[in-house]
Ligand binder design. Structure first.
Ligand code: IVH
Length: 691
C-alpha cells in the first residue's frame, strides 16, 4: 500500500504535501490509496480505515479533479459509484444504473440543496419531501417478472453488479412471489440489505466462542454474509431488506406505479416487501430539518444502524424533470450524521487508579472530532483488551463514539504503523503510591494493593463518600475533592470533618460564603442512616441495595464489622464474593480506623428497631407473589406489601418468609411447599393488607 499522508499523521511536516506537490502527484497518490482501500473493503471485506476518512479522500480527489478536469481518467475511483464486482459471481448489467447520493453535512447545505431545486425548476413553491433513514448496509436490486423474483443483484460499480440471486432468496423478508396483483410486468425494486444490531451481536458472540475474529460492524457483517459463495451460509445470517426506490419498470400487462415516491413504497409494502416504518412525507425543507432532528434523537433506540437521513422530492414527475448529475440524482440528498468512527493517533497511555484500586490504561489521543464531540481520551480497559487490539503507542487507531457511549478504540490501522511504535507496558507498582500491584487469578484487572492508603484510591473513595446517593454533601464535587486532596487538607473522608474554615477559604476560587456552606454541609451529613453510611464506605460490590439489606439484617454497625462469612451469607443479595469483599474491607486496619473515626466525629443514625420502617407490620418479611390475583394487579399488591414494610422478591428461596399464591400458581408454589414456607391465597392476602 502506498503511504499516504493524512491529516491524522503525527509527523511534523503535516500538510506540506498540499503546498509542495503538484496536483497530478496528489491525484495519483489519492487514486492509489482509494483503490487499495476499495479492494480491502469490497473484495476482502476487511476495511482499513473508517468511512469518514475514506469519504474525505474521495472528496479531496473530486475537488482536485474538478479544478483540473484535464486530469480526469476513466479509471479514476471518482468515475464509478461503488465497489468492484466480485469475480466469483456472475455479472449483471443494470438496465438502469444504480446511482449513489450526494451528501450534505449541515443545515445550510441542506437548505442549499432545496434552493438549487427551486432554481432549476424556476419556482418558489414548496416541495413535498419523502424522508427516510439512511440504512447502513448494502444496496441491492430485486427483479420481479410477472410478480416472481427472478434475479437479485448487488450494485457493484453502478452499471455492473454481481448476481446474488441464490443468496437473496435466503432472506425471509424478501418475497419470492409478490402478493396481491397489479404489479408491472417487469419491475426492479431497490433497497438496502442490512443486519440488525441484535443479530450482529449474536453472530459476533458466536464467532468469538468459536475463536474466530468476527465482523467489525453490522454493515460489514451484512456484506460478508451476502457475498457468501455458499448460499446455505447466507441463510444462517440474520439479514433484512428494506426497500427504498424503484429501478427499471415495464408496465406491460400490469398497472402503472403511483406518481409519488412515498405511494410507490407503500405499494411495494402491500406487495409484501418491507419498507422503513420511519418513512414520512413532509411539506417543505423545514420539515426535513425537523425530521432530521427528530430521528437523530431516536437513532440510538433503533434496532439497526443508520448513518444519516435521505430526503427525496416526493413527486416522481418532478424527479424526472430534475434528472441526475454525474452519478447522483438532483432530487435527493443524504444528510449524514457526524461520523461515529474516526482515525487518530495514540500519543500515550497513562494508568489511572480507581476507587477499588483497579489500574486502568487510559489512551491519550490526538484530539479528534467523532460522534459530534472532540475526543482526546479513551479507556483501554485492561491488559486483555490491549493484547486483543495489539495496539502500541504511536499507532494510528480507529475511535468509535456512538450515542452517549464512552469512546473506545476499536482497531489499529496496521498499515500506518511506523518503526517508532512502542509497546504498552503495564506498571508493576502502583503509578500513584508505588505499592505492589496484584492481579487476582481469574480476573483481568490489575490492582494497587495499598487500599485506602493509596492517595488515588482515597481521592476516589472521598468522591464516592460525598456523592449524591452516599452522604450527599452539597457543594463537594469531584473537582473540589481533588483541590482539597492536592492541597494536602484531606487524606481520607475522616479529614473532611476536621477541615478548618481558614484553610478552605484559602483555596483558589473559594469564596467565604462557599467555604461556610461547605463546612455546614459536611456537618449536616453526620446525621444519616446506617444504609447510606455503609454504601458511602465504598466497599467493593456493595451498592445501595446491598447496603440496605446489610443495615436491615445487622441493625448495628459493630455487628456487621464482626460478622463472619456464614452470617453475611444469610443476608439477601449477599453471595460468597460480596461476603468476601465485606470481610476483607473490615479486616483492613486502615479501614477500621476510618470507620471508627467517622463514628467518633459524630456520624450517627437512628437505631434500626426504632426507625419507622421497622415499626411497620411486615418489616423484614420477604414475600413472593405468584399466580393471578383477581381483586388487584400484581404490581398493586407488591406496592401495598412494600408500603407495609415487606420486601417483595421474584423467586422462592429458603430466605422467603411467605408466598402469596393466586390462581393457577405453578412452580413457585411447589417449591414453597417443598421448603415448608408459609403460603397464603388471595383471601389471606386481603386480610394481610386489611382490604
Ligand atoms: S436512495 C438514486 N434511500 O445509500 C437514489 N439510498 O449513499 C439511490 N441508502 O446507494 C439511493 N438508505 O445503498 C436511498 N432510504 C434510502 C437509503 C439509501 C440507504 C444507501 C444506498 C445508496 C447509498 C448512497
Amino acid at each position: 500500500m502506498v503511504e499516504q499522508k493524512s491529516m491524522f499523521d503525527a509527523e511534523p511536516d503535516q500538510g506540506s504535501e498540499t503546498i509542495s506537490s503538484s496536483a497530478l502527484e496528489q491525484i495519483v497518490l489519492l487514486r492509489k490509496q482509494i483503490e487499495n482501500w476499495n479492494y480491502d473493503y469490497y473484495v476482502m471485506d476487511a476495511p482499513q480505515v473508517p468511512d469518514a476518512e475514506y469519504d474525505r479522500k474521495i472528496q479531496q480527489l473530486i475537488s482536485l479533479e474538478s479544478q483540473n478536469p484535464e486530469l480526469i481518467t476513466s479509471d479514476s475511483p471518482t468515475q464509478r459509484v461503488g465497489g468492484t464486482p466480485l469475480s466469483a459471481f456472475d455479472q449483471v448489467q443494470h438496465e438502469m444504473p444504480m446511482l449513489s447520493l450526494d451528501n450534505v453535512f449541515d443545515e445550510t447545505q441542506l437548505l442549499d440543496f432545496d434552493r438549487r431545486i427551486h432554481d432549476r425548476l424556476n419556482t418558489d413553491q414548496a416541495f413535498e419531501y419523502a424522508c427516510e433513514p439512511k440504512l447502513d448496509g448494502i444496496a441491492a436490486s430485486l427483479l420481479y417478472e410477472n410478480g416472481i423474483l427472478i434475479r437479485g443483484a448487488t450494485r457493484g460499480d453502478g452499471s455492473t453488479g454481481e448476481n446474488i440471486t441464490q443468496n437473496i432468496r435466503t432472506i425471509q423478508s424478501i418475497p419470492l412471489k409478490l402478493r396481491g396483483s397489479g404489479w408491472p410486468q417487469r419491475l426492479e425494486i431497490r433497497g438496502e440489505i442490512y443486519m440488525p444490531r441484535a443479530g450482529f451481536n449474536a453472530l459476533n458472540e458466536k464467532a468469538k466462542a468459536a475463536g474466530e475474529k468476527g465482523f467489525m460492524n453490522p454493515r460489514n457483517a451484512a456484506a460478508g454474509s451476502l457475498r457468501q459463495l455458499d448460499a446455505r451460509i447466507t441463510a444462517t445470517r440474520p439479514l433484512e431488506m428494506c426497500c427504498y426506490s424503484v429501478g427499471m419498470v415495464e408496465v406491460g400487462t400490469g398497472e402503472p406505479l403511483p406518481e409519488k415516491h412515498a405511494e410507490v413504497l407503500k405499494q411495494f409494502n402491500a406487495w409484501g416487501l418491507r419498507i422503513n416504518p420511519e418513512m414520512a412525507v413532509v411539506k417543505n425543507i423545514q420539515g426535513c430539518v425537523d425530521y432530521y432532528q427528530m430521528l437523530a434523537e431516536k437513532r440510538d433506540s433503533l434496532s439497526y444502524d443508520i448513518d444519516g437521513i435521505v430526503f427525496k422530492v416526493n413527486d416522481l414527475k418532478l424527479q424526472l424533470r430534475l434528472g441526475f448529475v454525474a452519478k447522483a440524482p438532483r432530487w435527493a440528498t443524504a444528510h449524514k450524521f457526524p461520523a461515529q468512527e474516526e482515525m487518530t493517533v495514540l500519543n500515550d497511555v497513562e494508568f489511572q487508579v480507581g476507587r477499588t484500586g483497579a489500574i486502568t490504561p487510559v489512551a491519550r489521543l490526538e484530539p479528534v472530532f467523532v460522534g459530534g464531540v472532540t475526543v482526546s481520551n479513551a479507556t483501554l480497559h485492561n491488559a486483555d483488551e490491549v493484547a486483543r487490539l495489539q495496539v502500541k503507542i504511536g499507532d494510528t487507531v480507529v475511535i468509535r463514539r456512538a450515542g452517549d457511549v464512552i469512546p473506545k478504540i476499536v482497531s489499529v490501522v496496521m498499515a500506518k504503523r511506523t518503526n517508532f511504535a512502542r509497546d504498552i507496558i503495564f506498571p508493576d507498582t502502583c503509578p500513584v503510591c508505588s505499592a505492589a500491584v496484584e492481579r487476582i487469578e481469574g480476573e483481568v484487572i490489575t490492582r494497587c494493593s495499598a487500599g485506602i492508603s493509596c492517595p488515588a484510591q482515597s481521592k476516589q473513595a472521598i468522591k464516592h463518600f460525598a456523592s449524591r446517593k452516599a452522604m450527599d454533601i452539597d457543594g463537594l464535587g469531584d473537582k473540589l475533592v481533588d483541590q482539597l486532596a492536592d492541597a494536602g487538607l484531606i487524606k481520607n473522608m475522616t479529614d473532611l470533618f476536621c477541615l478548618d474554615w481558614k484553610e478552605v477559604v484559602a483555596l483558589e476560587r473559594m469564596g467565604q460564603k462557599s467555604a461556610s456552606n461547605l463546612l455546614s454541609a459536611i456537618n449536616a451529613c453526620k446525621q444519616t442512616t446506617l444504609a447510606r453510611f455503609l454504601y458511602a464506605l465504598g466497599i467493593r460490590e456493595v451498592g445501595e441495595a446491598t447496603a440496605k439489606s446489610l443495615a436491615e439484617y445487622f441493625k448495628e454497625l459493630s455487628a456487621l464489622m464482626h460478622a463472619d462469612e456464614a452470617a453475611l451469607l444469610e443476608v439477601d443479595d449477599v453471595g460468597p464474593i460480596v461476603a468476601q469483599h465485606i470481610r476483607l474491607f473490615f479486616q483492613n486496619t486502615d479501614n477500621q480506623l476510618i470507620v471508627n473515626k467517622l463514628v467518633e466525629v459524630g456520624m450517627h443514625w437512628p437505631a434500626i428497631d426504632a426507625s419507622s420502617e421497622l415499626a411497620l407490620p411486615l418489616a423484614g418479611k420477604v414475600i413472593v407473589l405468584t399466580g393471578n390475583l383477581e381483586s388487584m394487579g400484581r404490581s398493586e399488591a407488591k406496592e401495598q406489601l412494600q408500603r407495609l414494610g415487606a420486601k417483595v422478591t421474584g423467586s422462592v428461596s429458603k430466605k422467603t418468609d411467605l408466598l402469596i399464591a393466586g390462581a393457577a400458581a405453578g412452580s413457585k408454589l411447589t417449591k414453597a411447599q417443598d421448603l415448608g414456607i408459609e403460603i397464603l391465597d388471595e383471601e389471606g392476602l386481603k386480610v394481610l393488607l386489611n382490604v
